[in-house]
Design a protein around this ligand. Structure first.
Ligand code: SAM
Ligand code: SF4
Length: 325
């Protein structure tokens, strides 16, 4: 499956829920978020049908996200059923890690291959502030559990927010000296009601790179090119790698082959644009499997190219918790 610009579409990110057990400052507003009632979200059988359609159209990698994917009731069984869909080679998850202490083993056994765990700081107080109430010890236990369960490679995602955690970039990058992890620093993106906050507090990758190199030595670029948005580096004699993800300062639209399925059944065609196609309504109105496949394929084909952050046109319809990253 290709879009109108010839970009091959092999990756689908699936939001399993719009709920979360944290409330990160860049992802959702402090209050006033509009959570959908359960009946407006994809049920397991609807979600599985859409993933089957995607796999039949050529999607081979899925990433489960949220909100927080681990809070979806029955997540382990759902992962088992997703992993069994013919054509899927890789089932991964992006999670805040809080529940991995209990779920890493069962998820791995159900067919999950690997996890990206979000960790913006290892300082308990800063973590509490950035997540509006979270306990970092739980995430650290979750990382240990993920490793023990064989979920590899472990990638840690860190959104850098000025005034919150820019001083944590160096200790986080230093984790890669001893551990075979990929620690990835992500430029904060502006969405909806938190767009002004994100725009004001963004720390560009170049600044992050300079801070890491000043403290820990040169970041040697690695050629790991694939469809990945991260540019990857290694510190001198490190076990792991450092990634820089720069959607604001260095958009990677030309290589982007990602589709996103929201928890309320919309196919989102670009992370940073509001273009979406409704799959839930036709599904519930009794569209046939072939009709759904055609709606999916046609929508995917019209994926737009490029975002307009530089012109200060920010996606308005959703904040990140309602998309999944
Ligand atoms: N709850 C899970 C987690 O935190 O990993 C999955 C969903 S979360 C929306 C997915 C990723 O998006 C996380 O790594 C999070 O840090 C990142 N994220 C959230 N809001 C963001 C923003 N405004 N800009 C950049 N990344 C963001
Ligand atoms: Fe929840 Fe993840 Fe958003 Fe934080 S980034 S509020 S953990 S969905």
């Amino acid at each position: 499956m290709k879009d109108q610009y010839g970009r091959e579409l092999k990756d689908l990110r699936i939001s399993l829920t719009d709920r979360c057990n944290l409330r990160c400052v860049y992802c959702m507003p402090a209050e006033g978020i509009d959570f959908r009632p359960a009946e407006e979200l994809l049920a397991d059988h609807e979600l599985l049908l859409l993933v089957r359609v995607a796999a039949e159209l050529g999607v081979s990698r899925v990433r489960l996200t949220g909100g927080e994917p681990t809070v979806r009731p029955g997540v382990v069984d759902l992962v088992r059923q997703i992993a069994a869909i013919p054509g899927l080679e890789d089932v991964a998850m992006t999670t805040n890690g809080l529940l991995l202490e209990y779920l890493a083993g069962p998820l791995a056994e159900a067919g999950l291959r690997r996890v990206n765990i979000s960790l913006d700081t290892m300082d308990p107080q800063k973590f509490f502030r950035i997540t509006r109430g979270g306990r970092v010890e739980k995430v650290l236990s979750g990382i240990t559990a993920a490793e023990a369960a064989g979920l590899r490679p472990i990638k840690l995602n860190s959104v850098v927010v000025r005034g919150f955690n820019e001083d944590d970039v160096v200790p986080l990058a230093a984790l890669t000296l001893e551990r075979p992890w990929e620690v990835r620093f992500i430029e904060m993106m502006p969405f909806g009601s938190v767009a002004d906050f994100a725009e004001a507090g963004v720390v560009k990758s170049q600044e992050i790179q300079i801070a890491i190199e000043a403290a820990l030595g040169p970041l040697q670029p690695l050629d790991l090119s694939g469809g990945e948005p991260a540019r990857t580096f290694r510190l001198p004699s490190a076990s792991g790698t450092v990634g820089l993800i720069s959607p604001v300062s260095q958009p990677f639209c030309a290589k982007c082959g990602r589709l996103r399925l929201t928890a309320d059944g919309r196919l989102r065609l670009c992370l940073l644009r509001d273009d979406e196609a409704d799959l839930l309504t036709p599904l519930r109105r009794g569209a046939t499997y072939d009709e759904i496949r055609e709606i999916f394929r046609t929508a995917a084909f019209r994926r737009p190219f490029g975002h307009a952050l530089a012109e200060k046109m920010f996606p308005q319809a959703r904040v990140m918790i309602q998309i999944g990253g």
